[in-house]
Structure formats: structure tokens, C-alpha cells
Ligand binder design. Structure first.
Ligand code: GRF
Length: 200
């Protein structure tokens, strides 16, 4: 049976576009909903243009009450009945309780070679550490931030003149390759990690 995929984002949604574009033909999944915590997120318009249902669950409307924000998010998700949730540049921290509810059904893409550099500013931190390689990781979401089984990684060589911005720009196209490759396997129930060859 075709798997239903919900995608959560906060920004431009380039990873969402890559995922949605990949879910055609004999792909085992289809996008059913794109949710953003930011009503202004560029990704919402891109999803609409692709004919995907969208919803904004504005975190600001809930002030500091994360439990109510997550309840609203949960309500939107339950209505869409996703088999798989892809976090794609979703920039709100979710509580362990929330993530635990979707454990085994939720994926995230993170712009570092996990377990290195959980959290923010990953490109800057990789450069400051003098890393020779950097990249991105798709992992299953568990109750711990940027933790959980690794389902795929793409590795690139760091260049001597790289800046955090240039590194981010060079990693992004690999995110767009890696995430769809992992999702396609995952939707078939295959958790074998995808490792893209190192690229300079
Ligand atoms: C990506 O680098 C993602 O890994 C990070 O935020 C960025 C989102 O980009 N967490 P986009 O919204 O998918 O274009």
C-alpha cells in the first residue's frame, strides 16, 4: 500500500521539494501534507504549487506554551494519517514526548556528519574543528535531539577556502540527493543506510 508522507518545514523548503518530486511513478510513497510552524515559510507556497495540501501551525500563536503548540501539530498530523513524517528544515525543537509518539515513523535531515555537531551552526563548527570532510545525515528521530539510527550520509571534502556559507551551499545539493534516496528505501521498510560516495 502506498505510504502517506507528511513533511514539516520552517523555511524555503528545498528539501521538501526534492522529496515531493521524488515521490512519483512506482515510488512507494506520496506526500499528503506539508506543515510549517511559520505561516510565511517559502516552502508552503512551493508545496501548494505542487498540489500538496498545506497547513501552518504558527508556534508564535502559542507563546511559550510548547505543549499546546505540539498538541496543534499532533492534531494536524493525525488528521493527515501519515505513515512517515519527514522533518525537512523544521527549526522547532520537539519535546521527547512528542518525538516518542512518532518514533519509528519520523525522519530528519541534519547538515552534519552525525554524531558530530548535533544542534545548530554545524558548518561553522566543522570549519572551526578543522575537519577535512563534512556533509549531511538522515536519521530516524528518537526522543533525543539529532540522535537515532543513521539511515544515510553524504560526505564532501572541505576546501581550504570554505566559509560556513559556502559549505552550507555545497552540502545542500547532497541533502537533496540523500533524503529522497533514504525515503525511497525507508518507505519499503528497508532501513539499510545509504552512503553517497565522498565528493570534493
Ligand atoms: C537544510 O540545510 C537542513 O538540513 C537544515 O535547514 C536547511 C533547510 O533547507 N536543517 P530547506 O528549507 O530544505 O531549503
Amino acid at each position: 500500500m502506498t505510504k502517506r508522507v507528511a513533511i514539516l518545514l520552517s523555511g524555503g523548503g528545498s528539501n521538501m521539494v526534492a522529496l515531493a518530486k521524488s515521490m512519483t511513478g512506482d515510488h512507494p510513497a506520496r506526500p499528503v501534507l506539508v506543515i510549517s510552524n511559520d505561516p510565511q515559510a517559502g516552502g508552503l507556497g512551493k508545496a501548494q504549487a505542487m498540489g500538496i495540501a498545506t497547513q501552518a501551525v504558527d508556534h508564535k500563536a502559542f507563546g511559550k506554551d510548547r505543549a499546546r503548540f505540539e498538541a496543534a501539530l499532533q492534531e494536524a498530523l493525525l488528521e493527515a494519517k501519515p505513515d512517515i513524517i519527514c522533518l525537512a528544515g523544521f527549526m522547532r525543537i520537539l519535546s521527547p514526548a512528542f518525538m516518542g509518539q512518532w518514533e519509528g515513523r519520523m525522519l530528519n535531515i541534519h547538515p552534519s556528519l552525525l554524531p558530530k555537531y548535533k544542534g545548530l551552526h554545524t558548518h561553522k563548527r566543522a570549519l572551526e574543528a578543522g575537519d577535512q570532510t563534512h556533509g549531511c545525515t538522515v536519521h530516524e528521530v528518537t526522543a533525543m535531539l539529532d540522535d537515532g539510527p543513521i539511515l544515510g550520509q553524504a560526505t564532501i571534502d572541505v576546501k581550504p577556502d570554505d566559509t560556513p556559507d559556502s559549505l552550507a551551499a555545497r552540502v545542500l545539493p547532497f541533502e537533496h540527493q540523500l533524503y529522497p534516496a533514504v525515503l525511497q528505501r525507508y518507505a519499503k521498510g528497508d532501513r539499510t543506510p545509504v552512503f553517497l560516495p565522498t565528493t570534493s
